[in-house]
Design a protein around this ligand. Structure first.
Ligand code: MTE
Length: 347
């Protein structure tokens, strides 16, 4: 993110516009299409059927790399569909699967947008465990299976706005972060949640690169009231299937009212603490990347404006610029979290 201004993005990184239909049109025929996507239930069937052929044609390796375990597949059989109303649904066109899985930021695999999809072939998301530590009654190392067992998976269609001024609309599958936090019974001293990504030099070529700028592991943090807000989401899938490696398999955060860098991928540790944690981008360049990182068209990045965004997909000849909204359009839900705070000082 330090590296490229939006204007510097090369045409070669821009995927041709893919065919897509908006969700409402799609819902009309989802019943018939769901038959072809019988392995996945509810909304998952919806998204998969909508993009199934495109998905299989464009990213077969992403599907092959997904965890095969029966328990995992069973979870995806009963995904609760996204409601047809805000804030868990946007009404905007979905960004095609190809763009969602080919235009990524995941520096552990490299710094180009295509690196996470092209250089993550060795990455293994199964088995997976997460260390829970700090101010909780139930610390420990938990298998992902145990974490997911009590969760009802649901679909949520959220906008994702990167600090680099591009954006997407993505149908995620997962569960509220609040449900995960509750499981471990945070103490009254748990004022912040801190998250860490896996560091595996054997499967993540970016972490040993001499061009790496991050002090691994990648870290992020939220205030506990942000972390337990109903919009904060743990994603384990997208477009009706498991998360591909490049999108943060097997489990990543999605905080839709904040710049994308808060949505940390491939989480292996969650630590509860009394004080604000250090976070990767804030440590790298505090005057450019704040701890809060709330999407805000009134507070510009020192090197580019933040009041407009480039909505993907796009072609060389058709770029779609739209106005950026305060809290990425989720102000009604989250503005109260920041009441009385100066958002330009706490950016
Ligand atoms: N998490 C880790 N571990 N490493 C990263 O480099 N990049 C962040 C975020 N999570 C990043 C990460 C940034 S800058 C963005 S915009 C989003 O992931 C992009 O998510 P996507 O590739 O699924 O669109």
């Amino acid at each position: 993110m330090l590296i490229k201004k939006p204007a510097d993005i090369k045409p070669s990184e821009i995927t041709p516009e893919s065919v897509y239909r908006n969700r409402r049109e799609f819902m009309k025929d989802s019943a018939t299409m769901a038959v072809g996507a019988a392995a996945f239930g509810g909304a998952a069937a919806t998204a998969l059927a909508q993009n199934g052929d495109q998905l299989k044609a464009s990213a077969p390796e992403a599907l092959q790399r997904t965890p095969p375990a029966a328990w995992w597949k069973a979870k995806f059989d009963s995904v609760k569909p996204a409601p047809d109303s805000e804030p868990f649904f946007t009404g905007e066109s979905l960004t095609p699967y190809r763009d969602v899985t080919r235009y990524n930021n995941f520096y552990e695999f490299g710094m180009d947008k295509s690196d996470p999809s092209s250089r993550s072939g060795e990455f293994k998301a199964d088995p997976w465990s997460v260390e829970i530590s700090g101010e909780v009654a139930k610390p420990g190392n938990y298998n992902l299976e145990d974490i997911l067992r009590p969760m009802q998976l649901e679909e949520r269609i959220y906008r994702l706005r990167c600090v680099e001024a591009w954006s997407m609309v993505i149908p995620w599958i997962g569960f509220p972060l609040a449900d995960l936090i509750k499981q471990f019974e945070p103490t009254s001293k748990a004022k912040y949640a801190e998250f860490e990504t896996l560091v595996d030099p054997a499967t993540m070529p970016g972490v040993t690169s001499r061009f790496a700028i991050v002090d691994w592991p990648y870290r992020e943090g939220l205030r506990i009231d942000e972390a337990t807000h109903p919009l904060a989401f743990m994603a384990v899938g997208l477009y009706g299937s498991y998360l591909p490696a490049q999108n943060g398999a097997p489990m990543r955060l999605v905080v839709p009212w904040k710049y994308g860098f808060k949505s940390i991928k491939s989480i292996v540790r969650i630590n509860f603490r009394e004080t604000q944690p250090n976070t990767t981008w804030n440590d790298l360049q505090a005057n450019e990347y704040g701890f809060y990182a709330n999407v805000n068209p009134g507070v510009h990045h020192p090197r580019w404006r933040q009041d407009m965004e480039r909505r993907l997909p796009q072609t060389l000849f058709s770029r779609q610029y739209i106005e950026t909204r305060l809290f990425n359009g989720y102000a009604d839900q989250v503005a109260s979290l920041y009441q009385g705070m100066d958002l330009s000082a706490n950016f």
